[in-house]
Design a protein around this ligand. Structure first.
Ligand code: SF4
Length: 347
């Protein structure tokens, strides 16, 4: 068992105190911090502007817990799914979704190992929540998938969505800290506007995100437009009903003016009727919101199937008639285990 502290869990001030206790000058902390978050160091020996003796002291007292690529799956449509192994052996997934015609290269990152919310249609929901990811483990997914993006598409990532395994708002502090490392000038300096947090709908935390002056876009995994149906597929709806979520989203929009969207997986005969579209339209009146309708990627142990194309067209049409912005997304990576949690759940 490794007893050394992961240096990436420490703030710059704490690193400064620690190295001063080791007899080193405090200003070295700034250099170390820069190596960790701006230069993506994974090893103390890469920190070449530090003396050899300081590097040895760092190695004696600290570690840098990285993530390693465990398995990659390549879809015919360009989607790449990667399973990463964490330092304790836990497995998580990230997905690279390239849309070359729009020059949009999005990584979908995980924020927890497993998930406690148990949405019935989700492979991750079949796993228990084992632990939260720390900020470095989220940061590393972006760094590694960015390398993949450069290698296969000759382009850096343009967008980051927190839509992989786990509920990001239940790992609030670490998720925000990871966004800080990825977007601040002290880190990778990506634009915060390119980040989207996707939540199953934790009203209290949506409000907190607004109060904390978040700059990120927010997506709600809605999937049903009334409480009765939503309760059936998303148990979290029982404590966070649609009224409370809608009030929280309105608050988020009023305070931040950041972009809001709904994710809506269409299930045949369950949530894809014209009546459902009308109900959904009513949830779009209080703030500007775009709807992404997603084709269902089936998992074992859930008996609903995806809507057929004609039904989906009528559904989307009804929303457009009401001047709502709608995108229908054919599911990506159908030929690989691309539904969230399918790959990590295999072993
Ligand atoms: S859909 Fe998201 S919130 Fe629901 S169980 Fe899966 S990972 Fe958790």
């Amino acid at each position: 068992m490794d007893k050394k502290t992961d240096i990436r869990l420490l703030s710059k001030d704490v690193i400064k105190d620690s190295i001063q206790q080791l007899g080193e000058a405090g200003f070295r902390a700034k250099q170390i911090y820069e190596w960790l978050w701006k230069k993506k160091a994974t090893d103390f020996d890469q920190m070449t502007n530090l003396s050899l003796s300081l590097r040895e002291k760092l190695k004696e007292h600290f570690v840098i817990h990285g993530i390693t690529t465990d398995k990659e799956q390549f879809s015919n449509d360009g989607t790449i799914k990667t399973r990463f192994k964490l330092h304790d052996g836990a497995l998580i997934e990230s997905v690279l979704i390239p849309v070359k015609k729009d020059n949009r290269f999005t990584v979908c990152v995980s924020s927890q190992v497993g998930c406690s919310l148990a949405c019935t249609f989700c492979a991750t929901g079949k796993m228990k929540r084992m632990r939260n990811l720390d900020p470095g483990e989220i940061y590393d997914q972006v760094v590694k998938v960015n390398e993949q993006c450069l290698q296969y598409f000759d382009h850096p990532l343009t967008n980051v969505v927190y839509m992989g395994m786990g509920e990001p708002l239940l790992n609030y502090k670490n998720v925000l800290q990871s966004i800080h490392h990825l977007s601040s000038p002290e880190g990778l300096h990506m634009s915060a506007k390119r980040f989207t947090i996707s939540t199953a709908g934790i009203s209290k935390m949506i409000r907190k995100l607004a109060d904390d002056e978040s700059k990120v876009n927010l997506a709600l995994s809605l999937h049903a437009a009334d409480d009765e149906k939503r309760d059936k597929i998303m148990p979290i709806n029982e404590q966070n009903d649609l009224e409370s979520i809608m009030e929280a989203l309105k608050y988020y929009y009023d305070v931040t003016k950041n972009r809001l969207s709904y994710e809506y997986i269409a299930f045949k005969g369950f949530n894809d009727t014209i009546e459902d579209a009308n109900k959904l339209a009513k949830l779009c009146t209080k703030f500007p919101v775009r709807i992404n309708i997603i084709e269902y990627n089936p998992i074992a142990g859930f008996d609903m199937i995806k809507s057929d194309v004609d039904t989906l067209d009528l559904f989307a049409q009804r929303l457009r008639e009401k001047d709502i912005m709608v995108t229908v997304r054919r599911s990506r990576g159908k030929d690989i285990d691309a539904a969230c949690g399918q790959l990590a759940n295999k072993e």
